[in-house]
Design a protein around this ligand. Structure first.
Ligand code: XMP
Length: 311
């Protein structure tokens, strides 16, 4: 692929499309929305408003890390604290699909929808890639109708335009353009992370306390497996407990599952054959460093029959 040509064409196209109007986009910190932010900012400068929505479901230090990474590239990102909105919608929910729907609805209809309307922007940038379009057509993914998702009636909202600068690229193409632009490795080479974030890594109810447990375990797993070369790795909090011993006392503690998989496109996956020493080290850190965790398990199940995430 001719990356230079792609970047120049997209910037020119964005300038032509947006003219002197304003645009807005939501940055997640993932590779697709990061590249969209960079192309949009190069084309529009301060007429692009980029927001990072802190849903309370992010990984340790993530909101600040993303804002700081972009600040180093001189791209302003507005951090929007929506923690309470997400947590109150998720309270009491245990069904996986209801939890996913709650995150989607809070993100689009409540928070991003409100920001779009307040911003005066008529153009919304979105990091849709070719695979998203193919999977939507094939019925694998839910339809990405962003205007409807943010609660904007397309008839009434005449004038809103969705701009999708990456819709001709697949993930490897997106990474290639990021490398061409010399973007930091923490953007270009990031492992996949799901939109509903840590809510997909908690079986059962999502609460602040349970998020803190899975967030601490995720930080340990990501640190220990950063150089594993695996496709994706994660920690998951189960909804059950098991007995352990702390000092001389029995403790009915929480259970963390570690998952690390090999895959090329996430449609199928196999468990990574990690060295025994590495597994022992991760297990030992998780049960000693995290309050109230008494067991750590390694998941061997391939996809199919399992999925990669737990929710
Ligand atoms: P599953 O669990 O379905 O996941 O085997 C396949 C890949 O997709 C990611 N994933 C998501 N990504 N929004 C996303 O952007 C989502 O709702 C979502 N659910 C799963 C998952 O991390 C894995 O890489």
């Amino acid at each position: 692929m001719d990356c230079k040509k792609f970047v120049e064409e997209q910037i020119a196209q964005i300038k032509r499309t947006v003219g002197d109007a304003k645009a807005i986009n939501a940055l997640s910190g993932g590779v697709d929305s990061s590249l969209v932010t960079i192309l949009g900012y190069r084309a529009l400068g301060d007429r692009l408003k980029t927001v990072f929505i802190d849903s309370a479901l992010m990984r340790q230090g993530e909101p600040k890390r993303v804002v700081d990474t972009f600040a180093r590239m001189k791209i302003p990102v507005e951090l929007v604290d929506a923690q309470e909105e997400f947590l109150s919608t998720l309270a009491g929910l245990t069904d996986p699909e209801e939890k996913r729907q709650a995150v989607t609805d809070t993100f689009y209809s409540k928070v991003f929808g409100r920001l779009v309307k307040e911003s005066g922007a008529k153009f919304l940038f979105h990091g849709t890639i070719l695979t998203d379009i193919e999977e939507t057509v094939a019925g694998i993914k839910r339809q990405h109708n962003i205007l409807a998702q943010i609660g904007i009636d397309t008839q009434e909202a005449y004038g809103y335009t969705i701009v999708e600068p990456l819709k001709t690229l697949r993930k490897d193409g997106v990474r290639e353009v990021c490398r061409f632009l010399k973007l930091p490795k923490e953007i270009a080479e990031r492992i996949p992370f799901p939109g509903p974030a840590l809510a997909t890594r908690i079986v059962g109810e999502v609460t602040r306390e349970r998020l803190a447990t899975v967030r601490a375990a995720t930080a340990i797993v990501e640190e220990e497996l950063a150089d594993s070369g695996a496709f994706q790795y994660m920690a998951v909090l189960l909804n059950d407990r098991a007995t352990g011993i702390v000092g001389n006392k029995r403790r009915f503690g929480r259970i963390i599952v570690v998952r690390c998989v090999q895959s090329t496109d996430a449609r199928t996956a196999t468990a990574t054959e990690l060295p025994w020493d590495k597994l022992n080290r991760i297990c030992s850190r998780i049960v000693t460093e995290i309050e109230d965790v008494s067991r750590c398990l390694y998941d061997l199940t391939p996809k199919p029959p399992a999925t990669i995430e737990y929710v």
